[in-house]
Design a protein around this ligand. Structure first.
Ligand SMILES: *Cc1c(COP(=O)(O)O)cnc(C)c1O
Length: 349
């Protein structure tokens, strides 16, 4: 036995999440966003599972991520690089048949001047003000598209997709439709996971879900189980405290278990005195501060099971990813991508 925390990644759940999204948008292609090493779960394994499920369009953030995915899934699928091309990396796009997502005038120039023959996307900003070409570029780029620089995809990104009635979401849809009109016959894409839940108006030709594939959005199957081992167990008396800064003081006698898991593994310090772990079906609160390699839970409710070597669930069917993220004041995305290199990843197929 090792004390190392273990993450089990259920690849059939990834596939079933993809199939569910695909069934919801029958008229559209369902792609997959696998950036940040497949949201921390392993881009190679996750992409292989999605390819086997039928996915043929993938999105990464960087070219080097795309190269790893290309090696895993072969030459057929299209792989878009969301953060786009830079001159020094142009050869990577040709060598590995990668598709740039062009989001700045500099990237457009880089791609057009380099005469890259790979398919490429144009990404327009419809109000998020993060990354996307300004609407003022639409007419020049639609002229270029009608000549020799025809994109394979025109896209934009929603800022408030979690909220269907948000006026911004409705405004972005309208603005995207107006842009789309300038690119007749070219496939369009607007929806991330949240956009996929907004219904057929948002699906266009291709959707780009990420977090919903990995179980971090509503109505998804659980993909990730994170378990940690109990290292030691001890009793405390009223008035005693636990951990750095003595941030939790006990009012009553309690039994504590120290886990071999800390912020270096991705258990953020914001779990301190907020998150829970599950022992024998009982939620056991984190007490005191999470430290680098250790964290302490109050196992009074499951005292008979609290033994060195026993496993507790920190993420999984019972320790729900979205609920844990919310307790820790963050989002499912950050919890998954924070899982450290020390956490052993095992795959269930
Ligand atoms: C990350 C990202 C996605 C996927 O977003 P989710 O919320 O994880 O579904 C889709 N499109 C773009 C442009 C992104 O940056």
């Amino acid at each position: 036995m090792s004390y190392a925390p273990v993450t089990t990644i259920n690849l059939s759940a990834v596939a079933s999440n993809w199939h569910r999204l695909s069934a919801r948008a029958p008229g559209s292609e369902t792609g997959a966003t696998v950036k940040a090493d497949g949201y921390g779960l392993g881009a190679v394994e996750v992409s292989k599972a999605l390819f086997a499920a039928g996915c043929r369009t993938f999105f990464t953030a960087y070219a080097n991520e795309a190269i790893a995915v290309r090696a895993a899934i072969g030459s057929e699928p299209r792989i878009y690089v969301l953060n786009g091309p830079v001159k020094a990396e142009r050869a990577l796009y040709t060598d590995h048949n990668l598709s740039g997502v062009l989001s700045t005038p500099e990237q457009v120039e880089c791609w057009f001047k380099g005469r890259l023959e790979q398919p490429f996307a144009l990404k327009f900003d419809t109000g998020m003000n993060r990354l996307g070409l300004p609407v003022s570029e639409v007419s020049a780029l639609s002229d270029a598209a009608a000549r020799d620089h025809t994109p394979s995809l025109v896209m934009s990104h929603l800022a408030c997709g979690e909220d269907a009635s948000n006026p911004m979401t409705i405004r972005q849809l309208g603005d995207f439709r107006a842009i789309a009109d300038h690119f007749p016959g070219i496939p369009k894409s607007l929806a991330n996971s949240a956009g996929c839940a907004l219904g057929p108006d948002y699906a266009f030709d291709l959707t780009r879900p990420g977090i919903a594939l990995y179980g971090g959005a509503p109505d998804t199957d659980t993909v990730v189980t994170l378990t940690a081992k109990i290292l030691s167990v001890h009793d405390v008396e009223p008035g005693e405290t636990v951990g750095y800064g003595a941030t939790h003081r006990f009012e009553a006698p309690a039994k504590l278990a120290t886990l071999s898991l800390g912020y270096a593994d991705g258990l953020m310090r914001s779990f301190s005195n907020t998150g829970i772990a599950i022992l024998g079906g009982q939620p056991c609160p984190f007490v005191g501060r999470v430290s680098m390699d250790l964290a302490t839970i109050d196992v009074t409710a499951a005292a008979p099971l609290a033994k060195p070597g026993a496993s507790v669930e920190v993420l999984g069917e019972q320790a729900d990813l979205m609920a844990q993220a919310s307790r820790a004041g963050t989002i499912s995305y950050e919890l998954l991508t924070a899982l450290g290199p020390r956490v052993e990843r095992t795959y269930e197929r």
